[in-house]
Design a protein around this ligand. Structure first.
Ligand SMILES: C[S@@+](CC[C@H](N)C(=O)[O-])C[C@H]1O[C@@H](n2cnc3c(N)ncnc32)[C@H](O)[C@@H]1O
Length: 310
């Protein structure tokens, strides 16, 4: 019954888009995502809406989401091929090793190349300096950035360490009023609840491609439940990737894990420049602790900083 209703909604969205009514078509698709519908074609049609609105970067991420859920969708594969030719996110300088890893993780990640590169460099740095501690990523989705971090542990760490990868593995939870982008409510942005969905197997599959699955521990559930439960097992952290987009998610990560980051440990915040609520959570925390974070921009949205020494 639900499936046939979802099919009807998808067909209606397709009809509206064909009639040039992109906004109403997109709203129907957002409703299907919020209802966690896994019907083939929803994310592809979201991408078509974004292309009509001249937003090719967003369209590319939506097609990748379609392919994570429906890997054999030929239309999505074709569209991804075309989009890869039009959207480029070139790196100034890098290493052959990074490019090899990038080729493996890109189908599984929403991060830009520059943000992946910054994460890679931070991970390499702590491993080469043999800093103590595990890695944690909060916000895994398809698992590309987790797989990259696991690869660095596996191939560069001089000591035994693990990557803890936290996610609902069922897509974004509901945003709150703090979650806006340039004043536009997250619910109207096309990236609200139910988006970024990928099953836990996706991160393990990405890590298998890099031979690094044995160093990852995926933990499923809301950060508010999983982080307090896992933090004593995790112990000190030398790298924390904050990629939960929302205000409450970012606050939950900082409230639960900041104290475990070692002095001068790395924190990379993926959505700082994009989601107003994410940036607000970072600065509220900084102010509440009377700290100063020396924030280094990576691209239009990602930043990193090192935990100030007390
Ligand atoms: C932008 S995606 C992460 C992208 C990923 N790092 C990559 O490589 O593409 C954000 C993820 O954070 C997760 N998330 C956000 N808030 C969360 C929360 N409070 N608890 C658990 N997961 C959350 C969502 O399920 C989603 O998969």
């Amino acid at each position: 019954m639900k499936l046939s209703f979802d099919r009807f909604q998808l067909a209606l969205a397709r009809f509206l888009l064909a009639a040039g009514l992109t906004g109403p078509a997109f709203s129907i698709l957002a409703g299907l995502k919020a209802a966690r519908s896994r019907l083939c074609g929803i994310d592809l049609l979201r991408a078509e809406c974004r292309l009509r609105q001249a937003l090719p970067f967003e369209a590319r991420e939506m097609v990748k989401e379609e392919l994570r859920l429906h890997p054999s969708n030929e239309d999505a594969l074709t569209m991804l091929g075309k989009l890869e030719l039009t959207v480029s996110d070139a790196l100034a300088e890098t290493t052959p090793e990074f490019l090899e890893v990038l080729a493996k993780v890109e189908p599984y990640t929403m991060l830009s190349r520059r943000r992946l590169h910054a994460l890679y460099q931070a991970a390499i740095d702590v491993c080469e300096r043999d800093e103590p501690g595990n890695f944690a990523e909060c916000g895994v989705a398809g698992g590309g950035s987790s797989a990259l971090l696991a690869y660095v542990i596996k191939n560069h760490s001089k000591r035994k360490r693990r990557l803890y990868s936290f996610d609902t593995f069922e897509g974004m939870p509901e945003p709150t009023a703090a979650d806006t982008f340039g004043g536009v409510d997250a619910r109207r942005s096309g990236w609200a609840d139910g988006t970024c969905a990928a099953p836990m197997e996706s991160v393990l599959r990405a890590a298998v491609e890099l031979g690094a699955e044995d160093v990852i521990l995926p933990v499923k559930g809301l950060f508010a439940d999983t982080l307090p439960r896992m933090r004593s097992e995790m112990g000190p952290l030398c790298l924390l990737h904050l990629d939960g987009d929302w205000y409450e998610s970012t606050k939950d990560i900082l409230d639960n894990l900041f104290d475990q980051v070692i002095p001068e440990g790395y924190l990379q915040v993926d959505d700082y420049g994009h989601w107003d609520g994410c940036r607000k959570a970072v600065h509220e925390f900084e102010k509440g602790r009377a700290l100063t974070f020396s924030v280094n921009p990576i691209d239009a949205t990602g930043v990193w900083f090192r935990k100030p020494v007390a």
